[in-house]
Design a protein around this ligand. Structure first.
Ligand code: GDP
Length: 298
């Protein structure tokens, strides 16, 4: 289970602000606003939530700080769950289902791929991983190690090999070994948008050859939840270059600033599909907003 209390810090602060307060005034609203921004909630959602709070205080003539706190919880909750429920990973009608994984170094991409492979394997699937991030020898080695640890085949090329060659081999292996899933670690980075687009296009061309012209079923972008607004900016840049179909929010266990989850939902329009909640193979969960909110305040 993911770590509870992503909004615990925020609500401890809110508690301090409302307790023993004689009146609910503009000063309190401003302090609450600051606390929300401090939890990585973006400015426009903060403004909206604060407006809802002000209206509630006025219309319901709230006088008690605890009531203000409860309303704030309600508004944050609805900001998170409004709209869709969980967005499951797409599955191909014809095996193998193919996932491309992109992300900036250090966000947790390699670990996420290993965790995802392990999760699918535990669900009874045959999984193959393609170590096509050939620009980073360490990434290839690290994936190979993970493969041994979780009992999943990793197809790799030589250092500096063309990623497409690795994907080609991996697709062949996936088809001949009747794999249900192929997860491709790409060198998808942001140094150069044109390169990023070209690389993913090239990989997709190979994927399509063996799959009746279907490109990868998902292009997943891994983000580091502990980096707040930075993660949001990264996602915007990736989105501008390639068609990201889902987000993985890694290291959610490492932050007490739950606002990031709402911020991403509001600003990106790409669903969070998985969350990383630790460094062990089993620390990856399907993201379900309604289940998530229940844990937010505990
Ligand atoms: P990459 O450079 O993007 O491939 O990142 P890695 O997969 O090597 O991860 C970088 C560091 O983050 C490693 O120390 C991982 O153990 C750690 N990490 C990855 N995912 C998580 C997570 O969900 N929670 C925590 N606490 N650490 C994580």
């Amino acid at each position: 289970m993911f770590k509870r209390g992503l909004f615990k810090t925020l609500f401890q602060k809110v508690d301090q602000l409302v307790t023993g307060r004689g009146r609910i005034d503009e000063e309190l609203f401003e302090e609450l606003e600051e606390a929300l921004i401090g939890s990585d909630l973006n400015i426009h959602t903060t403004i909206r939530v604060m407006e809802e709070l002000r209206n509630a205080v006025r219309d319901e003539r709230l006088k008690d700080g605890q009531d203000v706190k409860e309303r704030l919880k309600t508004f944050l909750t609805s900001a998170l769950v409004s709209g869709e429920g969980a967005s499951p990973l797409a599955v191909s009608p014809q095996a193998p289902t193919v996932y491309l994984v992109v992300g900036v170094n250090g966000v947790g991409k390699t670990t996420t791929i290993a965790k995802l492979a392990y999760k699918l394997k535990r669900e009874g699937n045959k999984v193959i991983v393609a170590a096509a991030d050939t620009f980073r020898a360490a990434a290839v080695d690290q994936l190979a190690l993970w493969g041994e640890r979780i009992g999943v085949d990793v197809v790799k090329g030589r250092e500096g090999a063309d990623p497409s060659a690795v994907v080609f081999d991996a697709m062949q292996a996936a088809v001949s070994r009747k794999a249900d899933y192929l997860i491709i670690d790409t060198a998808g980075r942001l140094h150069n948008k044109v390169n990023l687009m070209e690389e993913l296009k090239k990989i997709n061309r190979i994927v399509m050859r063996d799959r009746n012209n279907r490109p990868a079923d998902e292009t997943l972008l891994v983000l580091d939840a502990t980096t707040g607004q930075n993660a949001v900016n990264q996602a915007k840049e990736f989105k501008a270059a390639v068609n990201i179909t889902g987000l993985v929010l890694a290291k959610l266990d490492g932050t007490a600033r739950g606002g990031i989850v709402i911020t991403i939902k509001d600003e990106l329009g790409v669903p969070i599909k998985l969350v990383g909640t630790g460094e062990k193979p089993e620390d990856l969960e399907v993201f379900d907003p309604s289940a998530f909110v229940e844990a937010l305040f505990e």
